[in-house]
Design a protein around this ligand. Structure first.
Ligand SMILES: Nc1ncnc2c1ncn2[C@@H]1O[C@H](COP(=O)(O)OP(=O)(O)OP(=O)(O)O)[C@@H](O)[C@H]1O
Ligand SMILES: [Mg+2]
Length: 374
């Protein structure tokens, strides 16, 4: 099968799949352009001006007009929008139902709150969304925010040439993104507010008008309110862990300004797949055991912390190293002693501590495995 459609193969009124991006040729009158139809390169550029199109999200289109040109590489294919298809996030696993909900929320521009345990992929998913939708990703960690103005500016003290102390306002990435969003209305921005529950309550309250229909925020450098343009989308992340049962510092009014989405660790099969892909040097049986132990630990109600996917990755990084690679099964328990037990309070050899409980789980699973495969 050829990699490229011949022009005779494209029929008027046929429905095909295409993924659009902003059209850099503004004077063409079409806001969006695509290069492929049903996954194969099209003989001419595909144009559409329908506002329901979302850059990066595949959609179904109907062929409306084929404009030929003397030069066979020129000309255009004009299409009409039929409907959006589900979007695909590269390199991350996302539960299909959450993925559909996310797509709907992103299309409607609502603020989104990702609520999930430590290392369950919140930041990775937000980055993947920005990439898939051609949005500029702006990472902002809220845990350092004490005063409301810290969201937009920090104060830096420096010495003048004469040695006098002066203070400067430094713009944060958050503020720079808002200003750029005003200057570049074609570019969409995704501002990711990480650890949203960790900043001071009063500071979070000051952000509220930015998150509701008021859509404005106090600009401490200009001493004026700055409006938040429509090309800015907020996604916040919170991590309740095991230790928080329901209350996580965000009050009802704040929470109400977000559409909350609960994330969890990916299913065992998906985690194994991810680890195989990233660390093919680790034996598949060993990867399976790592994930099995991790999930036993995650399910354990008594532990005050959770076990992130970073921990299972770290174990693979140890095991694939030439110093361990030829004896992966034998050193697995030793590796998990630090990569898993080390993330919990207490010591692995103290049975009354969390780390000791994790060590008992590791030994339990490995004992069962040894019985299965003596
Ligand atoms: N669903 C997932 N898909 C792909 N990778 C994942 C997923 N969950 C976790 N990971 C991997 O685990 C690591 C941690 O993920 P990430 O930083 O996105 O988690 P997080 O939920 O933001 O964590 P934290 O609560 O600590 O901020 C990354 O290396 C990431 O690749
Ligand atoms: Mg994160």
């Amino acid at each position: 099968m050829s990699e490229k459609w011949a022009i005779e193969e494209i029929h008027l009124n046929a429905t095909m799949e295409a993924t659009f991006w902003s059209n850099p040729v503004e004077e063409s009158g079409f806001r969006y352009r695509a290069t492929h139809l049903d996954g194969k390169r099209a003989p001419k550029v595909i144009l559409c001006d329908d506002e329901r199109i979302r850059p990066g999200i595949p959609c179904l289109v109907r062929i409306k007009q084929i404009k030929k040109h003397k030069n066979p590489n020129h000309g255009t294919i004009e299409v009409e929008f039929v409907r959006l298809l589900s979007f695909k996030l590269e390199g991350v696993y996302l539960d299909p139902v959450i993925s559909t909900k996310l797509q709907i929320l992103l299309e409607s521009g609502l603020n989104i709150l990702l609520d999930g345990p430590q290392g369950s992929g919140k930041t990775s998913v937000a980055r993947a969304i920005a990439k898939a939708l051609g949005m500029r990703f702006v990472f902002f960690n809220c845990s350092a925010v004490i005063e409301a103005t810290d969201f937009l500016a920090t104060i830096q003290v420096r010495a003048t040439e004469q040695g006098q102390p002066v203070t400067d306002f430094l713009k944060t990435d958050f503020l720079r993104a808002l200003e750029e969003a005003h200057e570049q209305p074609q570019q969409r921005f995704l501002i990711f507010l990480d650890e949203f529950n960790r900043c001071q309550e009063s500071a979070r309250n000051a952000l509220m008008p930015a998150l509701d229909t008021t859509r404005r925020i106090y600009h401490p450098i200009n001493n004026a309110f700055l409006s938040i343009p429509d090309n800015v989308q907020f996604i916040a992340a919170v991590n309740r862990g095991n230790e928080f049962s329901g209350t996580f510092g965000i009050d009802a009014a704040q929470l109400d300004r977000f559409a909350p989405l609960q994330m969890d660790y990916m299913p065992a099969q998906e985690e194994e797949k991810l680890l195989f892909e990233r660390h093919p040097e680790v034996e598949s049986e060993v990867v399976r055991q790592i994930v099995e132990i991790a999930n036993r630990v995650r399910r354990s109600a008594e532990l005050s912390m959770n076990l992130s996917v970073r921990a299972t990755e770290e174990a693979c990084i140890y095991l694939k190293h030439p110093l361990f690679q030829d004896r992966q099964s034998r050193v697995l328990a030793e590796v998990l002693k630090s990569s898993f037990c080390g993330r919990f309070s207490g010591r692995w050899d103290d049975v009354h501590s969390d780390a000791g409980a994790v060590w008992a789980t590791i030994q339990d699973v490995l004992r069962i495995e040894r019985k299965k495969n003596p």
